[in-house]
Design a protein around this ligand. Structure first.
Ligand code: G6Q
Length: 543
């Protein structure tokens, strides 16, 4: 067990940070920048082609020193080593946490229970590549002999959010003559709308489910089976139009998919950490095996950086520590993620699961209730759209909302001066948030006195800027790995298990009971009065 024996709030660095926070809470970024003209370059790190400017944060050298001490006193180094070694750090599920093995190069050795898992990872990657090449090359034919033009991934949560996000992010690199869709919701509308204009003869379903028992996915998979059979009229068609991504061969066979058409992964890959496992099959079909390997190379570069870089130059460590700083010392409740790239429109939604399912925990590894805040709410929208909606609250509301701005120096779609306009907004927003506009400045513009308070920007609103060169498969891999390891860093400090998700269980169990009740003769009476009434009303209106 590598978690520190001392409760977090008893660590000397934590106590020192509490005292230090009182001293710097009222210091303004205007002042911090004025007294140190080099601040903008001193509080910046570059690694693996990613430039992180964290100078517009409410920190000083002392803050950084104490946060780094907190990382040391939290045994972060030992916890990182434990993850990379394949220790069972997901203690409540007794599992190793080895998404890093999914992108390890061929020769690497990572043992789980004494067995090197890297060869198996590459075996699956090779099978995925062979399959993708056959489908993309038109060699894999549907039941009636037509090539596959449409790919539908059916999965939910970790078996959906990564694939959708990656497809949208890498659309530029994708096969434009093929259609890729993603069905996750048990709401029949999702399936109906995804398939309504598709020709079953040209459609391939990927049933992505680690367990192959998830209610939503299995319901959609069975509906897909019926849809395909109704159009193709032959059980034999299933073998040509359905493949599975799962760890559960027995259930895959039961469903009617030959395990020859199954791509496996392992229990040491958490759902929300699985987009670079076989769960990424739709991504590989879209962008091709070479680009998929570039994506993996990006992940791996940041894995190496996280494992080896000194903490003061370690991007995910710094990002994670800053999140802890605001969450626990400034009582910030949320973090805004603001990608200035239209292709990253699903990135905030992807990060919501990664961060909130990982660190939305209130119990430490030793089972005690925490007496500090853990995982903040992550949210966001691509810029510049958000500027015309919720940025008002970030600029002038009463809450402190640290924000991550993500931008690229080069655009994939050069159109006039669009990209300069886009990036000018990144720089302008972080500047406005940090420095604001004083009453004196507003007055000097001739603003009437009564209007001045409304037009003042207090500033002192913190942000990071992540500047990358260009959105490529490799840079996407890097970006995702950055957040994965930032989440790890936060979880290590908070002494929680970032890799389980017991909080999703209760609703599932109750839904199972209610499903039966909705079909029963009479409405149930054994719930609370609210649930009983809602069920009865629904049954009545449904007819
Ligand atoms: C992720 C969670 C969860 C999971 C889904 C789908 O970390 O475990 O989102 O990915 O519930 O599970 P299956 O892949 O087993 O269908």
């Amino acid at each position: 067990m590598t978690a520190p024996a001392t409760p977090l709030t008893q660590l000397p660095a934590w106590k020192a940070l509490e005292a230090h926070h009182k001293a710097i809470a009222f210091q303004h970024l205007r002042h911090l920048f004025a007294e140190d003209p080099a601040r903008g370059t001193r509080f910046a790190v570059e690694a693996e082609g990613i430039y992180l400017d964290y100078s517009k944060h409410r920190i000083t050298d002392e803050t950084l020193k104490l946060l780094l001490q907190l990382a040391d006193q939290s045994n972060l180094r030992a916890r990182i080593d434990a993850m990379f070694r394949g220790d069972k750090i997901n203690i409540t599920e007794d599992r190793a946490v080895l998404h890093i093995a999914l992108r390890a190069p061929k020769g690497a050795v990572i043992n789980v229970d004494g067995k090197n898992v890297v060869p198996e990872v590459h075996e699956v990657l090779d099978r995925m590549a062979a399959f993708s090449n056959r489908v993309r090359g038109g060699e894999w034919k549907g039941h009636t002999g037509k090539p596959i033009r449409n790919v539908i991934n059916i999965g939910i949560g970790g078996s959906d959010l990564g694939p959708v996000m990656a497809y949208e992010a890498l659309r530029h690199y994708s096969r434009r003559d093929m259609t890729f869709r993603f069905v996750s919701n048990v709401d029949g509308t999702d399936f109906a709308e995804a398939t309504r204009d598709l020709d079953a003869e040209e459609t391939l379903f990927i049933i992505s489910s680690k367990t192959f028992t998830t209610l939503e996915t299995m319901t959609n998979a069975h509906t897909a089976r019926q849809w395909a059979l109704a159009k193709l009229g032959d059980e034999k068609a299933i073998a040509k139009h359905f493949v599975a991504v799962s760890t559960n061969g027995a259930e895959v066979t039961k469903f009617g998919i030959d395990t020859a058409n199954m791509f496996g992964f392992w229990d040491w890959v958490g759902g929300r950490y699985s987009m670079d496992s076989a769960i990424g099959l739709s991504t590989m079909l879209a962008i091709g095996p070479d680009n998929f390997h570039q994506l993996l190379a990006g992940f791996h570069a940041i894995d190496d950086h996280f494992r080896t870089a000194p903490f003061e130059q370690n991007l995910p460590v710094l990002m994670g520590l800053l999140t802890v700083w605001y969450t626990d010392f400034f009582d910030a409740q949320t973090v805004a993620v603001l990608p200035y790239d239209q292709y990253l429109k699903r990135f905030p939604a992807y990060l919501q699961q990664l961060t909130m399912e990982s660190n939305g925990k209130h119990v430490t590894l030793s089972g005690a209730r925490v007496n500090y805040e853990t995982g903040p709410i992550f949210w966001g929208e691509p810029g510049t759209n958000g500027q015309h909606s919720f940025y008002q609250l970030i600029h002038q509301g009463t809450r402190l909302i640290p924000a991550d701005f993500i931008g690229f120096s080069k655009t994939l779609n050069p159109l006039g001066n669009h990209h300069d306009l886009l990036m000018a907004n990144v720089f302008a927003q972080t500047e406005a948030l940090a420095f604001g506009k004083t009453a004196e400045q507003v007055q000097a513009e001739g603003t009437p006195d009564w209007l001045v308070p409304h037009r003042v920007f207090e500033g002192n609103r913190p942000s990071s800027t992540l500047l990358l060169n260009e959105l490529t498969p490799e840079s996407l891999g890097k970006l995702v790995a950055l957040y994965e390891h930032s989440v790890f860093t936060q979880g290590a400090i908070w002494q929680i298990d970032s890799f389980d998700q017991w909080g999703v269980e209760l609703g599932k169990v109750l839904a199972k009971k209610i499903i039966g009740e909705l079909a029963a003769k009479n409405s149930p009476t054994d719930h609370d009065s609210s649930t009983n009434t809602l069920i009865a009303r629904y049954r009545k209106q449904r007819g």
